[in-house]
Write a protein that binds this ligand. Structure first.
Ligand SMILES: NC(=O)c1ccc[n+]([C@@H]2O[C@H](COP(=O)([O-])OP(=O)(O)OC[C@H]3O[C@@H](n4cnc5c(N)ncnc54)[C@H](O)[C@@H]3O)[C@@H](O)[C@H]2O)c1
Length: 315
């Protein structure tokens, strides 16, 4: 048997910069929109009362990927990360496994990257300031990717003031209250989604909201009336309408399919984005396997060029 390279968390982050992740993720959305990349909806496997596992496959660019990843919201209290898992990248022509990857680092990079892609596509062209609500792992990478895309300065808010202060210090931004963060041009919510952090009263003309934390059933970061009042966008309708920020408003009959535009169509210039400077846009990110494939393909290239070392296992 040939040997299989295994790349850990630090190797992934050394291989792909936030800027590179943003470009790759944008291209992946375009390839998916064209139908060149394919992706069945992710499968959730609940593990009550702890959290859930997700199986996320995607095919594109000569590669096939499966991510086996978790969301266990109670883990931080036990000193463990909310999101962990493994990615397997295979050759789409032979089925041969090519690479095993840490899923946590890939997920963090691609989640931050889509926040930047959505902001570039949907926020006002003159948008600059950022608000981050929820400064854990994915909030931090969202902030880093927005900074890499030229946004900032920003205000970081977290229920744990230390987490907000640490992230703000890293980026030379500022920590503040929730209401301060919500005054940004681009506001990103990346909390566990167990309590609402945006109400209808927080909406201002011209705001762009990236809702990233509610990526499974029963999670929400905005009230239903706030969601229904926005101009709505999502990464992928099936996922977003069943297990995303939009799901509650869809279930309540406040939002129908024809009110929601997928990001890929906007990026391709085929579907309308922001209608004007006064619009309040909301992007619902549930997290797509094509985003993981985009980052994993970049890691594979860097490893093949000999720019990062890997551990090897023989199956
Ligand atoms: N959309 C996606 O693609 C995607 C990808 C990965 C993770 N997620 C989701 O994002 C969420 C966050 O994941 P994480 O790994 O960053 O978790 P984390 O535990 O590292 O961070 C969550 C942060 O939110 C803070 N927080 C909790 N309640 C808050 C509140 N009411 N107001 C402000 N801050 C609050 C916590 O103190 C913590 O710092 C999870 O729900 C996860 O499932 C989404």
């Amino acid at each position: 048997m040939s040997s299989l390279p295994v790349l850990g968390h630090d190797a992934v982050l050394a291989a792909v910069s936030p800027q590179e992740a943003i470009e790759r993720v944008r291209s992946a959305f375009l390839a998916f929109h064209r139908g060149d990349w394919t992706m069945p909806a992710k499968v959730y496997l609940d593990s009550p009362p702890f959290g859930d596992f997700r199986a996320m496959p995607a095919l594109g660019g000569g590669l096939a990927l499966l991510k086996w990843v978790t969301s266990f919201p109670g883990n931080p209290a036990r000193g463990l990360p909310t999101v962990t898992g493994v990615i397997c990248v295979s050759d789409a022509a032979t089925g041969e496994p090519l690479l095993l990857l840490d899923a946590r680092s890939v997920t963090a990079l691609r989640t931050g990257a889509v926040a930047a892609v959505a902001a570039q596509a949907l926020a006002r062209p003159d948008a600059s300031t950022v608000g981050i609500v929820g400064c854990g792992l994915h909030g931090a990478w969202t902030a880093r990717c927005l900074a890499a895309a030229g946004y900032g300065p920003g205000i970081c808010f977290d229920a744990r003031p230390d987490a907000a202060a640490e992230l703000a210090a890293q980026l030379r931004w500022r920590a503040g209250k929730r209401s301060d963060a919500l005054r940004g041009d681009v506001v990103c919510c990346v909390t566990p989604g167990s309590e609402v952090v945006v109400g209808a009263g927080d909406l201002r003309a011209g705001l762009h909201l990236n809702m990233l934390g509610a990526d499974g059933q029963g999670k929400a970061e905005a009230t239903l009336d706030a969601v229904a009042a926005c101009s709505l966008f999502c990464d992928e309708w099936e996922q977003a309408s069943h297990g995303g920020e939009l799901a509650g408003a869809v279930e309540a009959g406040l939002v129908a399919r024809d009110r929601v535009t997928e990001l890929g169509g906007v990026l391709a210039g085929e579907l309308p984005g922001r209608t004007g400077p006064e619009a309040v846009t909301l992007f619902d990110s549930t997290g797509l396997a094509i985003q993981d494939l985009a980052v994993a393909a970049a890691v594979l290239e860097v490893w093949r060029e000999g720019r990062i070392p890997a551990q090897n296992v023989t199956l």
